[in-house]
Design a protein around this ligand. Structure first.
Ligand code: BF8
Ligand code: SF4
Length: 665
């Protein structure tokens, strides 16, 4: 690695102080990280903008001004739309497959074929059965669980008709999807069809391809992701607010540190239970450790954070850095967002990298496969492997950053409803009222990844701060939630940074103006919240009428694109940062923006500039408030004489000052 060029610049690629400290270690030890490689690997500009097709072996065809068509005659719009469609299909497939595994686990649990996993949340099971129209009267939880699982399996493989959960969307939305031919069929069917349509010589109309991208994405939001969320709640409990520590500083020098990473909750939930067993704790002591410290990375972290209060060592770009502490006995990974480099980084330390999914193997890792019928035994085996590794820790190689933040996670949609009135009077009325009278100007979802092409956490955190200051409630998921948590934004004290109206609401309930609603599959909880707000009344008849915007400022994964697409197709204005994967085609860019807005009321845009993101978001909220006839957008005006300055005001002031200075010259 090029030491001269490396450190100072790389340190500026994150706002996470612990990451800065560990990047120094990487530099000193000559260990490559994603931060370093992002500086070295230049993206191909043609591929980045969606202008390269390799769907057949007459190509790959790179579209340029000189060569505007591929060998088959495909133009840049078809190619960009096809590439986009495949990315959405891959993202939807990841969530559908995650959902499928949860369904199979529920089925096994209902049939008594699991070890240590059973139906825990009967209330949620009944609620889900209710959505599916499954009769619960006089049936055991196992009988209901089996019926629920079998229905979901039908939905996944459904050839005709629609997946059951489509009926959870507002009626007007369902009618619109039906009218536009966007109602999806089975989860698998739409993904397979996208692969077919984008094969050489099939669908060649960008509009039609993008339609199918929407249809496919809907099987994610109102299918795979929603099913994954619900079954995780049924098996492991519906989240309620819970304290958890965040940042790599939560690792302990004197304990066995085990980091769970990936997306599935199943093995990690069992590890939480097993790590509290006296025999396991004694075993850890016998190896010289004072205890077992579980921590998470990425969305497996969010799953066990939401339900068990297990702390998060960080988000996507913290995964390699966590191993660089030299204090991790084992990193246990399942599926998605796991960097292949982990094996190399771990190779420099005593850390054991353990893969647990039959779908995800990494050369250099130990494979201990998760099997539902032996779930607890597998969890104990993994823990013992980590404990056995504790004595191998090299004392001189440990760097534990001295920083950790407190967070509160666990804001399931059920809890958000409950906190607004209790068990019997829980409803979205108070939130809707606060939006209508202007205490809250709107709701913004800030979700998604880190991307080393951007400064880690910077957009997520700064946008969050900017919006709460303007009386806009922020809900967050995935790596976005962890970014906020690391910066201490997930505690009630953050209300001090909120505008006066939002602060008043947060004070009344005792919450932060930034609510962590879970992992990336839990974006489905945001769909449910939006549908509940519509059902509550006063804010229109459809999701597209709500003063709400979805943001994914540091995206990198195909799942993020699937999520962005289903938000847009559900009526939400969605803005992604970093850059656009369809930048090469003006037509496709326009279709996804104005085109989709006309058709479905939501749109997907790619805007890298923060101030422009803020401007468009505020403009959208203003427009929606106006259309609803509720108080005009005026952050800070409610119940306060003091008017907060917004970015435009500040810029205006700066311009005036500049003009004055110029005039003086
Ligand atoms: O599913 S936010 S980097 S970890 S893809 Fe991955 Fe992106 Fe993180 Fe969770 Ni979501
Ligand atoms: Fe080229 Fe057409 Fe083949 Fe794509 S499908 S690689 S554009 S010839």
């Amino acid at each position: 690695m090029n030491k001269d060029a490396a450190t100072p610049e790389l340190m500026n690629r994150t706002i996470d102080e612990t990451a800065k400290e560990l990047l120094k270690v990487a530099e000193k030890e000559g260990i490559s990280t994603a931060f370093q490689r992002a500086a070295e690997v230049k993206p191909c500009p043609i591929g980045r903008d969606g202008m390269c097709c390799k769907h057949c072996f007459m190509g790959p065809c790179r579209i340029t001004k000189k060569t505007p068509h591929g060998v088959c005659g495909a133009d840049v719009a078809t190619i960009a739309a096809r590439n986009f469609g495949r990315m959405v299909a891959a993202g939807a497939a990841a969530h559908a497959d995650h959902g499928r595994d949860m369904v199979l686990l529920l089925l096994a649990a209902a049939r008594g074929e699991t070890e240590g996993i059973e139906i825990k949340d009967v209330k949620k099971l009944h609620a889900v059965a209710g959505h599916l129209g499954i009769e619960t009267e006089g049936k055991t939880r196992e009988q209901i669980g089996e019926e629920v699982a079998l229905r979901f399996l039908e939905d996944i493989g459904r050839q005709k008709g629609q997946p059951s959960y489509i009926s959870r969307a507002p009626e007007k939305r369902q009618e619109l999807w039906a009218e536009k031919g966007l109602t999806p069929r089975g989860l698998d069917r739409e993904v397979v069809e996208m692969m077919h349509r984008t094969h050489m010589g099939v669908d060649q109309d960008p509009k039609s391809l993008l339609h199918h991208a929407m249809r496919t994405s809907l099987t994610d939001g109102w299918g795979g992701a929603m099913v994954a969320t619900d079954i995780s709640d049924i098996l492991y409990g519906t989240p309620t607010p819970i304290k958890a520590k965040m940042s790599v500083g939560l690792l302990k020098e004197d304990e066995v540190n085990i980091v769970v990473h990936g997306h599935e909750p199943s093995l990690s939930e069992m590890m939480v239970v097993a790590s509290q067993e006296p025999e396991i704790l004694d075993y850890a002591k016998s190896k010289g450790a004072n205890g077992i410290n579980l921590a998470g990375i990425c969305c497996t972290a969010n799953e066990v954070l939401m339900r068990q209060g297990v702390g998060s060592a960080g988000n996507f770009l913290n995964q390699e850095l966590t191993i660089l502490t030299g204090a991790v006995e084992a990193m246990v990974v399942d599926v998605q967002c796991i960097m292949e480099s982990l094996a190399d980084v771990a190779g420099n330390y005593h850390t054991k990298l353990i893969t647990s999914s039959p779908k995800a193997h990494i050369p250099g890792a130990i494979h201990i496969e998760f099997e539902e019928e032996h779930a607890m035994s597998v969890a104990r085996k993994v823990l013992k492997t980590a404990i056995d590794n504790f004595p191998n820790r090299k004392k001189g190689t440990i760097t534990l950053p001295d920083y950790v933040s407190e967070s509160i996670g666990g804001f399931s949609h059920e809890y958000i409803k409950y906190m607004q009135g209790g068990t019997y009077r829980g409803s979205f009325r108070p939130l809707n009222d606060a939006i209508m009278d202007g205490r809250i100007q709107g709701v913004v979802g800030i979700v998604g990844c880190n991307n080393p092409r951007d400064i880690q956490d910077s957009e997520i955190v700064n946008l969050t701060r900017e919006f709460i200051r303007r009386d806009i409630l922020v809900v967050t998921t995935g790596c976005g939630g962890i970014a906020c948590g690391k910066q201490g934004l997930l505690t009630p004290e953050t209300m001090e940074a909120a505008g006066p109206g939002l602060k008043q609401v947060c004070e009344a309930i005792g919450i932060s103006p930034v609510l962590h609603v879970g992992s990336c599959v839990d974006n489905s909880r945001i769909l449910t919240i939006a549908s509940d707000m519509v059902a509550e009344g006063g804010l229109g008849d459809d999701i597209s009428e709500l003063p709400a915007v979805g943001l994914c400022p540091e995206w990198m994964s195909e799942k993020a694109l699937a999520i962005g697409t289903y938000f847009a197709a559900s009526g939400v204005y969605t803005i992604f940062g970093v850059g656009s994967p369809v930048a090469g085609s003006e037509e496709v860019t326009r279709l996804m923006s104005e085109g989709w807005e006309q058709e479905v009321g939501g749109k997907l845009e790619f805007v890298a500039d923060r101030e422009e993101v803020i401007r468009r978001t505020v403009e959208h909220l203003t427009r929606k408030r106006k259309a609803l006839g509720i108080t005009e957008y005026a952050p800070g005006k409610f119940g306060a004489e003091k008017v907060l300055m917004d970015m435009t005001d500040r810029r205006k002031l700066e311009d005036e000052q500049k003009a004055k200075a110029e005039a003086k010259k």
